[in-house]
Design a binder for this molecule. Sequence first.
Ligand code: FAD
Length: 321
Amino acid sequence: MSVLIYAENAEGRFKKSTFEAVSYARAIADQNGAQLTAVSIGDVSNDELNNLAKYGADKILNIANAQLKNFVNQAYASVIAEAAKKEGADIVVLSNSFSGSGLAPRLGVKLDAGVVDGATALPEQNDGKFTVKKTAFSGKAFAIVELTSTNKVISLTPNAYKVVEAARAAQIEVFDAEVKASDLKTILKEIVRSADKVSLPDAEIVVSAGRGLKGPENWGMIEELATLLGAATACSKPVSDAGWRPHSEHVGQTGIAVSPNLYIAVGISGAIQHLAGISSSKVIVAINKDPEAPIFKVADYGIVGDAFEVVPKLIAAIKEH
Ligand code: FAD
């Protein structure tokens, strides 16, 4: 038996969620006395690749084909599947990130595998049954699913599993995977970032605001707080619908799902559709003047107060320290 982990990078650096997935895959390999191979795609330095060994990869496959510099769903799925076949991997693990959520079902088809998307715990393997706990209904419930196929694909919910050091002396092997023209029907030519902004889906800290802020002219304090914390800014749906903020900042069931270590919700009521996008945040802080606001039911810390008083005080306190 063998386990393969797809190690996703952002501009040549592995994300924390990737190391979580490596640790998770290491634990599955240990459960089964199996080898763990990590596969990386794109332009990643050897120093960075070696970090995969720090968290338990026995072997590192590096796919650095020029055509795969930027993420292309179909092509990435094909070469990961090729790597899995080459390694004889029965289980493929990846992070349930934006790209992971597109890759998992494609890998399922290519490997004839059962797929669990959004796993939150290690598989249970008893009496020949292989079951995995996962999120369901946009994070409002859990489901236990059984995988009956020989090959299995598991995408791990970010922040659901701890990064665990388990250093190995892994070799880096260049894998010159074949890239088919039919997999490159859509090519990502360039990613143009909004100037100096922290990317919302990958942010460790998110400062988000809702209709309680009354209008777009009041976002200065949200941006200042975000800059001080090195955070991304986000908003609720009505805020982006009203054009106060760009749609790319809209978080929730119909927007982006985030999983930061810290989510600060300012003037957001906590509607179920908003919570669907933030439920895997590690710590939620709510600032709302209504003590009955539903956001307080999910918040780890709550401040009942007027955002226009609380946020400037928070900014001043952070500046003092
Ligand atoms: P409100 O619900 O109006 O809440 C504003 C809050 O600000 C209140 O709790 C109020 O007490 C507080 N407040 C007011 N003044 C202050 C002040 N001075 N200081 C502090 N607090 C103050 N919503 C999303 O966000 N994301 C989604 O993806 C999404 N998808 C949806 C999909 C569907 C099919 C539907 C029907 C709805 C969806 N919604 C979504 C909308 C959702 O139901 C809510 O309407 C929305 O989240 C509310 O946004 P809000 O919290 O900014 O505004």
